[in-house]
Design a protein around this ligand. Structure first.
Ligand code: GLU
Length: 471
């Protein structure tokens, strides 16, 4: 086993294992696996102190079997070509698993965003967008970025504004990027979508009593003890929704350390403490852990790695005690560790399904931008009047009188957030069903990750076969 970590190799090992279950020619499978385009750019920016710094950045478009391609832009000091290509490949498979009609892409800018002022970050983001535009690596029908590690709605607003100013009066220009602030063409519910999707996915998995029985667990989220690695957008929201459904947070790991409390950790109090102290370590009532990675080895039912790739490795996999691993991050488990954990009967809910909530709601945002009207705007009031008329008829025929509160609840017409959350819930539930069916078809030896990957590959292969290969 080589010690140098190459993320693309890790992804491709999983691909090869799954491809063995897909009926397609080796040549076509090689095309599906390969990254279609990789754009590297370095550009100078002026720092606030007047000095000039050269920035390295990449955008990988893994698969053009469908366009636009889709995937976030990461700001992190560890970004490199291997990482963006691996993450772009995961985006292709992820979109296929949840039936989002996009190819996969990913971008990365090699900076630690904490070392730059907002004005510097704006210059970097706008320049990067300009460079993408120059080479046709961005556009509503070409390639549509989104937030990823180190970026959020603010950066996406800069991307949209830069692109729109370059494209003049192009009607759909704001569909060039998703994850924008709601005031800038974003969609309600996008910010928390990945974490909410992680929760929906885990809830689906935990609702199947025979699967839970095999793990020695009762079904449902209620009462399950979980550990989260990373309290960023994904980790925080996943934890929040799990707790709201009755799960108990017993451990947290962050860059600067980890904490544990088998009796439960109050998430909101912990967030306030971290905001104040810059770390979770020292949080009252919880015991500090020797290293931040130690949290992964805590006794729990569900472990949610929601930080970086390459966290669960051959080194720590044998000590992991969780019965279920829910991959909120992209590629948190190496291929070798994955095999060790599967042998130990640990259930891994793979990233290409579990963290697909972000891109699912990005798809809704893109649709909203193309239709130029928010979801629910046209029918909400009409639906409410129809429901009220029905309730009136019920009152008349039964003699029952609804309270104002009941009427408000029963006659509520769906607004954008209702529709987004329900579309996300349906996507995660339906995709899990498809995934489980796929796994059953492949036989008892095949794990969920392999089944998800095989399902994704099959969908991409079918698209190629139906399209024909360009001469
Ligand atoms: N960066 C997110 C991911 O890894 C979201 C991508 C998107 O919305 O396009 O899935």
């Amino acid at each position: 086993m080589s010690t140098a970590y190459k993320f693309t190799e890790e992804v491709n090992k999983g691909f090869d294992r799954a491809a063995a279950h897909v009926d397609a020619s080796p040549e076509l499978l090689a095309q599906v696996k390969r990254c279609n385009s990789l754009y590297y750019i370095s550009f100078p920016i002026r720092r606030d102190d007047g000095s000039i710094e050269v920035i390295d950045a990449w955008r990988a478009e893994h698969s053009h079997h469908r366009q636009p391609t889709k995937g976030g832009i990461r700001f992190a000091s560890a970004v490199n070509d291997d990482e963006v290509m691996a993450l772009a490949a995961l985006m292709t498979y992820k979109c296929a698993v949840v039936n989002v009609p996009f190819g996969g892409a990913k971008g990365g800018v090699k900076i630690d965003p904490r070392g730059y002022s907002p004005a510097e970050l704006e210059r970097i983001t706008r320049r990067f967008t300009f460079e993408l535009w120059r080479k046709h690596f961005i556009g509503p029908g070409l390639d549509v970025p989104a937030p990823d590690m180190g970026t959020g709605p603010r950066e996406m607003a800069w991307v949209a504004d830069t692109y729109a100013s370059l494209c003049g009066a192009e009607l759909n220009s704001y569909a060039c990027v998703t994850g924008k602030p709601v005031s800038q063409g974003g969609i309600a519910g996008r910010n928390e979508a990945t974490g909410r999707g992680v929760f929906f996915g885990l809830r689906e998995a935990c609702s199947i009593s025979e699967d839970m029985k095999r793990l020695g667990l009762k079904s449902g989220i209620d009462g399950k003890r979980f550990v989260v690695q990373g309290l960023g957008n994904v980790g925080y929201h996943a934890a929040k929704f799990l707790i709201e459904d009755g799960a108990v947070l017993v451990g947290v790991s962050e860059i600067r350390g980890g904490i544990a409390n088998p009796k439960g950790i109050d998430l909101e109090q912990l967030m306030a403490y971290r905001q104040d102290q810059g770390t979770v370590v020292g949080f009252p009532g919880a015991s500090p852990l020797p290293t931040s990675l130690a949290a992964l080895e805590l006794e729990c039912d569900i472990l949610v790695p929601a930080a970086l790739e390459n966290q669960i490795t051959a080194e720590n996999a044998p000590r992991i005690k969780a019965k279920i691993i829910g991959e909120g991050a992209n590629g948190p488990t190496t291929d070798y560790a994955d095999q060790l954990l599967q042998q130990r009967g640990i259930m891994i809910i793979p990233d290409i399904y579990l963290n697909a909530g972000g891109v699912t709601v990005s798809y809704f945002e893109w649709l909203k931008n193309l239709q130029h009207v928010s979801f629910g705007r046209i029918e909400k009031r009409f639906d409410e009047s129809a429901y009220l008329r029905l309730l009136d008829a019920v009152e008349e025929s039964t003699g029952k009188e609804f309270t104002t509160q009941e009427l408000r609840f029963l006659a509520h017409g769906a607004d954008e957030l209702d529709l987004v959350n329900s579309g996300l819930e349906e996507t995660m539930a339906f995709s899990y069903e498809q995934l489980r069916e796929g796994k059953e078809r492949l036989g008892p030896k095949v794990d969920l990750r392999t089944a998800a990957m095989a399902l994704a590959i099959r969908k991409v292969v079918i698209t190629y076969e139906e399209l024909g290969i360009f001469p």
